[in-house]
Ligand binder design. Structure first.
Ligand SMILES: C[S@@+](CC[C@H](N)C(=O)[O-])C[C@H]1O[C@@H](n2cnc3c(N)ncnc32)[C@H](O)[C@@H]1O
Length: 308
């Protein structure tokens, strides 16, 4: 926590603002991206949802566009990515892309908890999902001319706008209403400052019947000595820790997300809580969190699917 506070204060110095001291996720690794994309798709399949989404949007792809590239490689036609920090790195994206192609061609098993112990959701079965990506469909998706088109798009030769990367994004009208088949995010919605406007935007983008799939991590990300100690910091302490970082944590507990989904007319189909005991009760929380339910206080993460 002290380290985070010192960093937060230091971000007021202009030369510190560019330094990276954020949690940046794992999308630098192709195997991570392959694993995360397939986990979202396997979970969608278990809910009977569309596992061949034509248009896919992602919030907060992080260091590479790998999860969206996995979507494109496996058959999606368009990928829209929205972040608040520009991490674009062509050589990383190209190498992640090439590695992903090999993983799909080999029908590699989904990297599991032995390789990525902290990545959720967990699956019951980590075999390659051939029941979703059958040989005939995958052969078409992996056709050399199709893959070359995606590779070219990454390099900026993208007349059909296969890949759209928008940083920063805030306007809801970036995407046509009722046009997206699937929106997903991994370890992002806990960082989004303006949830009140983000959920309505995402909902508007989805086609009727389309869905969103999110893994959200409510832990303190190093800002406290206990996993949920960030809910004990007063607003003043929190703003000092945040400093001028482009994002940190919105500190919204699970119920805020579920309430916003329902308020925006989505149907929550799946809600897998990761429970973790709390070492303190609500009376130790900062004033604004004292009414928190026991469920929120002990929910360290959630995987949620909601349908429009
Ligand atoms: C922990 S990283 C996760 C990155 C990636 N999803 C992964 O799994 O590796 C959080 C990401 O959320 C992004 N982010 C923060 N606030 C955001 C917002 N309001 N809208 C979109 N992305 C945001 C950050 O820039 C960063 O890319």
């Amino acid at each position: 926590m002290i380290k985070q506070l010192v960093y937060g204060l230091a971000t007021n110095l202009p030369w510190v603002q560019g330094l990276r001291n954020q949690s940046l996720g794992g999308s630098v690794s192709a195997r991570y991206c392959y694993s995360v994309w397939l986990r979202h798709i396997v979970m969608a399949n278990l809910q009977g949802l569309n596992t061949q989404p034509r248009i896919v949007a992602e919030l907060g792809p992080g260091l590479s566009l790998g999860m969206g590239l996995a979507a494109l490689i496996s058959g999606s036609e368009k990928y829209l990515a929205f972040d608040v920090v520009d991490y674009s790195d062509l050589s990383l994206n190209l190498s992640v892309f090439d590695e992903l192609v090999v993983l799909f061609k080999e029908r590699a098993p989904i990297p599991d908890a032995a390789e990525f112990s902290r990545v959720k959701p967990f699956l019951k079965d980590y075999q390659f999902p051939s029941h979703i990506y059958g040989d005939a469909g995958l052969e078409l998706a992996l056709a050399p001319e199709r893959l070359e088109k995606i590779r070219q798009a990454l390099q900026g030769n993208d007349p059909e706008q296969l890949i759209v990367y928008k940083v920063p994004w805030y306007e809801a009208n970036l995407i046509e209403e009722n046009s997206v088949d699937m929106i997903f995010s991994q370890a992002v919605l806990e960082h989004v400052d303006d949830l009140d406007n983000t959920y309505p935007s995402m909902t508007a983008w989805l086609k009727p019947g389309a869905f969103m799939s999110h893994q959200i991590d409510f832990k303190c990300h190093g800002t406290a000595t206990t996993w949920n100690g960030h809910w004990r910091h007063s607003n003043i302490v929190w703003s000092l820790i945040r400093g001028k970082r482009p994002y940190l944590l919105n500190r919204a507990p699970k119920s805020t997300h579920i309430t916003l989904m329902k308020k925006n007319g989505l149907t929550v189909l799946q809600e897998d809580n990761v429970e973790m005991p709390s070492t303190f009760k609500q009376n130790k929380l900062a004033k604004r969190f004292r009414e928190m339910s026991d469920e929120d206080l002990t929910c360290s993460g959630v995987f949620v699917i909601a349908q429009k």
